[in-house]
Design a protein around this ligand. Sequence first.
Ligand code: FES
Length: 272
Amino acid sequence: PPATDPHTPRGGVRSPARAAITAPHLRTDRWWLAPAATVAGLLAFVVYSTWRAFANTHYYAAPYVSPFYSPCLAENCVPMRAGPNIALFGSWWAISPAIIILLFPLGFRLTCYYYRKAYYRGFWASPPACAVAEPHRRYTGETRFPLILQNLHRYFFYAALLVAGVLTYDTVLAFRDQDYRWGHMGLGTVVFLVNIVLIWAYTLSCHSCRHIVGGKLKHFSRHPVRYRFWQFVSRLNARHMELAWASLFSVALADFYVFLVASGAFDDPRFF
Ligand code: FES
């Protein structure tokens, strides 16, 4: 088959049309550092979030509800007076209610353009870095199952908007004290505020969002509002990677804060 056929085992860097360089690559810098750091960071989050999602405990400490468990949609949710909690799943649902909603933020992040780059490089070495050949002999990109499902990203974006809306609601409710009186603020409120700002910044910096607000237009001049919004999203989009990591860390931190307060390991300091 011709060397340009992406499905040929002789394609890619081993194609006869490429220079015959025997060295695996010619990079002399520490190119492996970034994929190694990515693997460490993502693995740490996966381990932590799996433990917390299945723990099914210590996810509510009035007035805070963990972002991993909101909205709480099962009958077995602990009684809460915060967050949108509707028992859509009856008594037959016996495992952690976090599992019900996990699919949406997980799907959004798994199919995110930045995270794809991160885990394709870090976990699959496909390729591990620029100018470092990948070990796989075949390359089909995202044209086949299961990677073709990455195209669902734009739909996960809409779900992520809903999730961000729910977490915004939870953050508003965090301006109450343990007796649900308004006008109070604790360290947890600050943690939730920082988290929701980062969650929105990450969500709006999404490439799909940028396309939705500014794509398919012939004349920006005829759509001044969309143009302004597109400029705003584009500025965020340039920081998409940083926002992906910052919001991943902040959502874990917000959950861990609730865990500490709910388990009695820590008292939420109140500022007023
Ligand atoms: Fe990263 Fe959409 S591209 S969230």
